[in-house]
Design a binder for this molecule. Sequence first.
Ligand code: PRX
Length: 633
Amino acid sequence: MSKAWIRTAEAYEAACALAADNPKAFWAEIAAGFTWQENWEHVLEWDFQHHDVSWFRGGKLNITENCIDRHLADKGDTTAIIWEGNDPREQPEHISYKELHSRVGRYANVLKRQGVGKGDRVCLYMPMIPDLAIAVLACARIGAIHSVVFAGFSARSLADRINDAGAVAVLCSDGMYRGDKELAVKAVVDEALEECPGVNTVLVSKRTQWPVEMQVGRDHWYYEEALHVGDDCPAEPMESEDPLFILYTSGSTGKPKGVVHSCGGYMVYTGYTFRNVFQYESGDVFFCTADIGWITGHSYLLYGALLNGATTLMFEGVPTWPGPGRLWQIVDKYRVTHLYTAPTAIRALMTFGEDPVLSHNLHSLKVLGTVGEPINEEAWQWYHTHIGKGRCPIVDTWWQTETGGIMISGMAGVTDQKPAHAGLPLPGILPVLLSPDGQELTEPEAEGLLAIRFPWPSMIRTTFGDHQRCVDTYFKPFPGYYFTGDGARRDAKGMYRIIGRVDDVINVSGHRLGTAEIENAINHHPQVAESAVVGYPHDIKGQGIYAYVILKDGDAGDENLRGTILETVTEHIGKIARPDKVQFVPGLPKTRSGKIMRRILRKIAEGETEQLGDTSTLLDPGITALLIQGKIE
Ligand code: PRX
């Protein structure tokens, strides 16, 4: 990929010009830097109306050959994955490319022996242990479609995702450690599987050594199965457009949808952007704090890094345990050069002041990155001054589960950076700002709805099992464009600042949640008649969750009931979706046609009491005063 490595602002300009002028030639040249078993016939075919897009059609490849095999000759002994356990006293692992090759091959052979094959869906529900990375790659090795579910989701959420994907196998661990907590994993899987008749294989990795129930014929210890197979597994030839994985993400309506990414385009784009955005060089150590259960973990902790023969650090624990200096200690311990994290983590660590930072030298750091939510200027400055010591460029990377890779971002040290701005689009990415009626805002300085007007290799291909939903969600709102769901501002130099979601999606600690999804969960509580959920500004989490709840038959709300409502949400989705504030209300602001005016609910949750806007269409205008009176501080 050396030709595709951009190291100067001029080269960036030239790449943008070429990509805009002749996108097929541009992407063909980048794709040629990867190993293909067969060359493609068509670089790009596309139609946004039905969202029928293909990249490198006719080409055959296996992403794991590009992530592992092709590095064996000159990097076989280089560390591919450093694993740091939850407890700093635990022995870390350094997995070389050679070792990764054999561990992935062995896991792949175990899957095959269980009858898992190309096109089968496999669900992974595991903590951040090496087996998670290895199992993901093993699926890709044999052409099985992985669907990783973050191990903080509840049994119900897991069951929904397993069933939606039609998964035949689940890969998990016995238990997990997270900070000072020990949590069950296999037991959650067992509970989920009561609702999942299609799963016939469960492979269990050992982490906590807890006794777990094993269902004969279905459940197997991975380490036992591994004894029966060798570690050489040929890479399955995959069509460029074959699905590589499904990853569920929340939208503004209905249940989370399974975003599908393809093998070829995803490989080309994540490999290209990893190298260019982070300016990774041989010998560097890349530390992405995201869990592999989210897209950031997929694209940059794992695939993008390994595609570049990088050393990537996988951390099982949390930034604040056993103390607030944990991340900085890891940086020094492994001489981390690149730190990629979420603004929420930075804001949380800021609250401990500089002392935990000052006891570490952080000399090794070269590049800092953020992702997942807008970073406020104060957090940006703190990160820049205290962590980067004023000398490390910060890349504020804007992208989404659906985009597969980074879309708008600086390239570290190459293009300009501006606090709290994601910056310029990457070469080949053509963002536009639209007015609510779909007109492109052509002035350089503008604020509007963010959309993309040309395909890029790692874009979402479909939503699993329901292509129409994909078309309706992303391509129908503004014909001819991919609609992101975000609002953004552009400055005179063309740099973008992402403002946040314009739909009913909220971003809590960088995690995406649909308000409808949380309302559904709350409504399962036997005493709840109706609820409405909105986001509100939260100092640490970016957005907090505010729930307005109407109880049945004049029930009075108290702390106890509030607690059981939170429990219901935990049971239906997971702890990450628990509302921060629950206000019991006698009614909701509805129009005569029964539509909830969320704009008013948002304002009240934000603490606005005067400027509520037009309330004349409300069925019961008096309700707003009652809501303001009972607001939870
Ligand atoms: O609102 C944007 C926000 O996160 C959303 C995508 O969430 P998800 O699919 O979970 O992927 C997160 C990790 C890529 C976007 O619609 N977002 C992501 N990155 C940024 C951001 N908001 C502001 N600045 C960013 N750098």
